[in-house]
Design a protein around this ligand. Structure first.
Ligand code: 13P
Ligand code: SF4
Length: 313
């Protein structure tokens, strides 16, 4: 393994490549990356990239977002099977019909969608900026929110916008977290703070001391005076939490049904050091977006970046 990690470093230098990684990838991938972030930070980084060869260590929609924002760069995704259950839960044809049935609505879609769905979207969002973006829109503006029903319901509860129309999609990783498991852990660690991602179900979010994107939960764990944290999001983030606060204890919440006791996103975990090495070496597989579609999808992502800047995010 050491040998592969060394070769990745060498190849990266030789080819002047940039490696981007999401917090849910394995510790080895995170350590090999030039930049680690949540979905918003990775999109923000895409418009600042200097190098022409980019490897996205994350899932397909993340690579697609970089390609849409930086079309002249070569964007690699080490495993094209790295999909996302949320993106899969929002198929273009059905979503188009849904949008057509809601004429006059502002369409806000999570970045966890295909380029095709983004082309039907007015404003993209991530878990970092979804709430402030919705809050910034006039109260009488009609909103269609997709695809995550849990994040949509969370936004409704925080804004009182009960009339917001929400697509019925979900992330299979975050939907697995249960109140029972968290209560069990709270009994063992009564002083621990509960951290939850807004893709979790409502009863889990009600129990949480902090609800936020991966970057927000990381920040909270650093700033908090608490020493123990029960983490209800994909456990990859714990690598950075431990790195930033080595003296603190982070307890992953196991899913209800699991033989391995962990709640990994199997798509993120498809990105292994071996595949990263091969991808850099052979400069494939490459993420491509047809130009007409790219131009249509770009508008909603650019709008998100502009609004995030205005909102100080
Ligand atoms: P964030 O990166 O916005 O925290 O979202 C987590 C996620 O599930 C990404 O796929
Ligand atoms: Fe998609 Fe969920 Fe995996 Fe994130 S954790 S990439 S939302 S399946």
């Amino acid at each position: 393994m050491e040998h592969i990690l060394k070769s990745i470093k060498q190849l990266k230098q030789e080819k002047s490549a940039t490696i981007l990684a999401h917090y849910y990838t394995t510790p080895q991938i995170q350590d090999a990356a030039d930049y680690i972030g949540d979905s918003l930070a990775l999109a923000q980084e895409a418009v600042k990239l200097q190098n022409d060869l980019i490897v996205m260590c994350g899932v397909h929609f993340m690579g697609e977002t970089v390609k849409i924002l930086a079309p002249h760069k070569k964007v690699l995704l080490p495993d094209m099977n790295a999909s996302c259950s949320l993106a899969e839960s929002c198929e273009y044809g059905k979503f188009k019909q849904f949008v057509d049935e809601h004429r006059g609505y502002t369409v806000i879609s999570y970045v966890n969608t295909s380029a095709a769905v983004k082309s039907l979207t007015d404003i993209c969002c991530t878990s970092s900026n979804a709430l402030p973006i919705v809050k910034s829109l006039p109260r009488n503006e009609k909103i269609l929110f997709a695809p995550d029903r849990n994040l949509g319901d969370y936004i409704k509860s925080q804004t009182g916008r009960d009339d917001m129309v929400v697509w019925d999609g979900a992330c299979h990783v975050h939907e697995q977290f249960s109140v029972e498991k968290i209560v069990e852990l709270k009994r063992q660690f009564p002083n621990a703070k509960v951290l939850a991602h807004p893709e979790c179900k409502k009863p889990v979010l009600i129990l949480a001391d902090e609800v936020g994107s991966t970057a927000a939960l990381l920040k909270y764990s650093q700033a908090s005076s608490s020493k123990e944290f029960i983490v209800a999001t994909e456990p990859g983030i714990i690598h950075q939490m431990k790195r930033n606060s080595p003296q603190k204890i982070f307890i992953p919440v196991p899913p209800v049904d699991s033989t391995c006791g962990c709640n990994d996103c199997e798509f993120m975990k498809l990105i292994t050091p071996e595949k990263l090495y091969l991808s850099l070496k052979n400069e494939c597989p490459e993420v491509l977006v047809e130009e007409g579609l790219r131009v249509k999808a770009e508008k909603s992502i650019v709008r998100m970046l502009e609004m995030s800047k205005k909102l100080g995010l």
